[in-house]
Design a protein around this ligand. Structure first.
Ligand code: TYM
Length: 334
């Protein structure tokens, strides 16, 4: 059950708080697929994180299973990796409290994601959105994680997890491995199709700004054809043309060809060609995944077997770290 081989440990997770986007896929998921052979991997559906904003219970249930199906359909092997649902392993909530008592309001207030959200919501922002990075630190640290593959927007939270771990190790004694972040060279920040200087986000009000992993081909074509570009009319890979750059990045991340190499093929071509190629690349990548998700979602018993077995292993490993934390803090062993 335990990590007996000498492989290093990966932990990562996604929130089942909305439909997944192409950003989630290229920034994180696609890399999990590539890293699975080399590492002992824990891939979690972080439902505790999702309730930092109100969720409709029926939607949360469906999205939790759909997210697990997307993990598997993307090519992560359930035989070789540990998939589980965060709320099935109580050690996450317990460790989060212990780490909250070893965190500072100052460091949490500096998290840019929190600052952005609190600017919009003011005093009525949920307290969970403030403490959420500590729960994320607990997720990571419970498994003695070495590597955390995420998109760029999560690197600040990861840095905080490292700070909290170092502080705990220094205050008590070495307890946690200090995790490193991993972001892909291309695709670590997929941009909005409508405002290409902003991150593509599932919570964006404008549905044309994002592509969902489960969007049908005709919807993908429509959204890409409406993607904002510019009036220059030439295809170059430069920050001055963020819309064009984003489309090149998307094709590059899917095909594994560098954006500068891609640009060479567009000499004398226009934005319509680029958009058509982007749409074809996305559809080619997502269609087989969508088919597999539909098949997986129709066999709930098989999914249940996977997440139950995963929770068992995660509980065993995570609770071991939790017990160490409790002992060092001075709690009476049960
Ligand atoms: P979440 O659910 O917002 O996003 C899941 C993953 O997708 C990445 N991502 C993107 N990458 C590139 N371009 C984008 N436009 C884009 N949008 C999202 C995110 O960086 C992330 O890797 N707090 C985390 C979930 C979490 C977690 C963890 C991650 C909870 N515990 C422990 C790693 C380790 C979150 O809200 O991700």
């Amino acid at each position: 059950m335990e990590n007996t081989d000498s492989k290093k440990v990966i932990f990562s997770g996604m929130q089942p708080s909305g439909e997944l986007t192409l950003g989630n896929y290229l920034g994180a998921l696609k890399n999990w697929v590539n890293l699975q052979e080399e590492y002992d991997c824990y891939f979690c559906v972080v439902d505790l994180h999702a309730i930092t904003v109100r969720q409709k219970p029926a939607d949360l249930r469906r999205r939790t299973l759909e997210l697990l199906s997307i993990y598997i359909a993307s090519g992560i092997d359930p035989e070789k990796n540990t998939f589980f649902i965060q709320s099935h392993v109580p050690a996450h909530s317990e460790a989060a409290w212990l780490l909250t008592c070893n965190s500072y309001v100052g460091e949490l207030s500096r998290m840019t994601q929190y600052k952005d959200k609190s600017q919009k919501a003011g005093d009525s922002i949920g307290a969970g959105l403030f403490t959420y990075p500590v729960l994320m630190a607990a997720d990571i640290l419970l498994y003695q994680t070495n590597l955390v593959p995420v998109g760029k927007d999560q690197l600040q939270h990861l840095e905080l997890a490292r700070d909290i771990a170092t502080r705990f190790n220094n205050t008590y004694s070495p307890t946690f491995a200090i995790p490193e972040g991993y972001t892909p060279k291309i695709g670590a920040k997929v941009m909005s199709l409508q405002e290409p200087t902003k991150k593509m986000s599932k919570s964006d009000d404008n549905v044309n700004s994002f592509i969902l992993i489960m969007d049908p081909p005709e919807v993908i074509r429509k959204k890409i054809s409406r993607a904002v570009t510019d009036s220059l009319g030439v295809i170059n890979y430069t920050d001055e043309q963020p819309g064009v750059k984003n489309l090149l990045d998307i094709i590059s991340a899917i095909k594994g060809v560098s954006p500068l190499d891609l640009v060479k093929d567009y000499e004398g071509k226009g934005y319509a060609d680029l958009k058509e190629d982007a749409a074809n690349a996305i559809i080619g990548e997502l269609s087989p995944i969508q088919e597999k998700v539909k098949a997986l979602m129709s066999d709930k018993k098989a999914l249940e077997a996977i997440y139950k077995q995963g929770a068992e292993k995660a509980s065993y490993v995570g609770t071991k770290t939790l017990r160490k934390m409790q002992k060092k803090i001075g709690f009476i062993p049960r």
